[in-house]
Write a protein that binds this ligand. Structure first.
Ligand code: 9MR
Length: 542
């Protein structure tokens, strides 16, 4: 829990934002003033072109005390030719920040996107590329020494399954490019606070486990790394697994690292109803609750200020409402919710406690979407794939044991009265000839409808085994055991639209040839779900 405010047992009543509204709709005290009382920088990403817009600059300067250049410090902008750096645009932003007493976070010294052609179109040897990296980092960090206090040193090095992303940096320099980048940045400005930054790394899972292992290794070796950024580009309809985010923050905090929320936005559809607007506001404020609660979280940055300018609709057409201010710079419900959390904290009435404990430790609950399908078969284009997220049997360590080379993703949609899904699975050793199904490599699906609950299992290569599900189940494996297609038909229903169904899926892996049940190393990876959820015509919360 942060500095001034002790958690109050009495403060459980709903807290309404009580703020004076000035000429515009902006509150007094400002968001940044409240955040400061909780020891948090509240910031936003911004592009230099926005400085020309008085309303933008006004809202930014009045509400935020931290700025991240959205693009201007990326290689293609700041280092467009091998022997030419161009600081002009980034300098404008840093000057604006200085003028308004804002902290600046530089973004990003090493990334695989927005790199100039001179860098990407050449075959580098490792010593050459190391020199190029050193020169870039030392020149850029050196230029902003004393002006840019925080840096995203390395951005997005890992894949969802925890492997290294095959970038130029990784291919030529190997994983030590991370160590090199942090060392160079530190040498250029020993006072700078240096971050590793990524997306989909807020909860426990293969990606955040890989990041944890890497940053722990760097801390142990004395490499100057000071924190991990969670980008947090979220979807309004997806809740975050609070217990798993809490555990991830805690373990990074235990390493002595800071955690920054670096690129927060919560996308909802342009035609989203009040439900999604409320869900969006809850997510924004829940993140602020985390920031207030954890001493290590001292920066909360949104990826943009106003829905007028956001990267989201160009990547996700029809999702133009992801920020805290609307297109007319009016604060939205999300802003009020974040403000309320900070106001409560400033008044000693902050009551939020992240869920922890046995239950939270061993079950990760994450909402996901099952989409309606146009036909009675799965079409990869119509569904959303999710990674199998963690090792259910891992106790405190939810990473897949290193001996298990297992990863996968899954999706489910629905048509008429059928759930129709697919699993892509990768495993180096597949066992299917043991006595009991549960000793073999398999996929397990857990279903709940009302009070009834079923577990159905399909050993690799076989249909679902006999089970008590009252409808029809069918599972078909590809010959190589890598793709599993399944259908689960609720024969008592005509349609699943409007139904409430619990759904959960797991990959089980046994890599011990002689193992019986008592020594079986079973590795269940799953994206767990709330026990009960809803299916409606557009989206399901299972
Ligand atoms: O918001 C940025 C957008 O203007 C750029 O076109 C895009 C290029 O990939 O990068 C966006 O910012 C990204 C950030 O640098 C790293 N995390 C993901 C952000 C959204 O894509």
């Amino acid at each position: 829990m942060k500095n001034l405010v002790a958690t109050s047992l009495f403060a459980v009543c709903a807290i309404m934002p009580v703020f004076a509204v000035q000429g515009s709709d902006l509150p007094t005290p400002s968001l940044k003033e409240l955040a400061k009382q909780s020891g948090i920088y509240v910031g936003a990403a911004m592009e230099a072109r926005h400085l020309k817009e008085p309303e933008f600059a006004k809202v930014f300067a009045s509400q935020f005390n931290q700025l991240t250049p959205e693009n201007e410090m990326k290689w293609s902008y700041i280092h467009p030719e091998r022997n030419r750096f161009d600081f002009a645009k980034a300098d404008e932003l840093v000057a604006f920040a200085e003028q308004h007493n804002m902290a600046v976070k530089g973004h990003a010294l090493v990334w695989h996107i927005q790199n100039p052609e001179w860098l990407t179109n050449q075959d580098w040897t490792a010593p050459e590329l190391e020199k190029v990296l050193e020169r870039h980092i030392k020149t850029v960090v050196g230029h902003y020494k004393g002006k840019v206090k925080y840096w995203d040193v390395v951005n997005e090095s890992f894949n969802e399954n925890g492997s290294y992303r095959e970038t130029l940096w990784y291919q030529v320099l190997g994983e030590r490019y991370l160590e090199l980048a942090f060392k160079f940045a530190h040498q250029a400005d020993p006072d700078a606070i240096l971050f590793y930054n990524d997306y989909s790394n807020e909860g426990m899972g293969p990606k955040s486990n890989a990041i944890y292992r890497k940053v722990k290794g760097m801390v142990d070796e004395g490499i100057p790394i000071h924190g991990v950024g969670f980008q947090l580009h979220l979807m309004g309809e997806h809740s975050i697994g609070e217990a798993t985010v809490a555990r991830n923050i805690q373990r990074l905090q235990d390493l002595g690292l800071k955690v920054h929320f670096t690129e927060v936005d919560v996308r909802i559809r342009d035609d989203a109803k009040q439900f999604s607007v409320d869900a969006q506001a809850r997510l924004f404020s829940r993140l602020m609750d985390f920031a207030i609660y954890y001493p290590s979280v001292d920066m909360y940055t949104t990826w943009g200020v106003t829905d007028k300018y956001s990267w989201i609709p160009s990547w996700f057409p029809g999702y133009g409402r992801g920020l805290m201010f609307d297109k007319d710079y009016k604060p939205k419900k999300a802003f009020d919710a974040v403000y309320s959390s900070l106001l409560a904290a400033s008044q000693g009435e902050f009551a939020y406690q992240p869920p922890v404990g046995e239950h939270a430790d061993t079950r990760i609950v994450q909402a996901f979407v099952a989409k309606p399908l146009t036909q009675s078969r799965l079409n990869d284009q119509e569904v959303i794939y999710y990674p199998f997220a963690y090792n259910q049997l891992g106790g405190q360590n939810l990473a897949v044991p290193e001996s298990h080379n297992l990863s996968g993703k899954w999706a489910v949609g629905y048509h008429d009265n059928k759930l129709i899904g697919r699993v892509y699975r990768q495993d180096d050793k597949t066992f299917t000839n043991k006595t009991f199904d549960y000793e073999n490599d398999n996929v397990e699906v857990f279903l709940q409808s009302g009070e009834a609950y079923w577990q159905i299992r399909s050993v690799v290569g076989e249909d679902f085994a006999a089970n008590s599900f009252p409808g029809k189940t069918k599972g078909v494996w590809s010959a190589d055991g890598k793709v599993f297609d399944f259908e689960i038909e609720f024969t008592s229903l005509k349609s699943l639209t409007g139904e409430t169904i619990g759904f959960n899926i797991a990959l089980s892996d046994n890599d011990e040839p002689e193992a019986d049940a008592s020594v079986m190393l079973s590795c269940i990876l799953y994206l767990a779900t709330t026990p009960v959820g809803k299916v409606n015509s557009s989206v399901s919360y299972l």
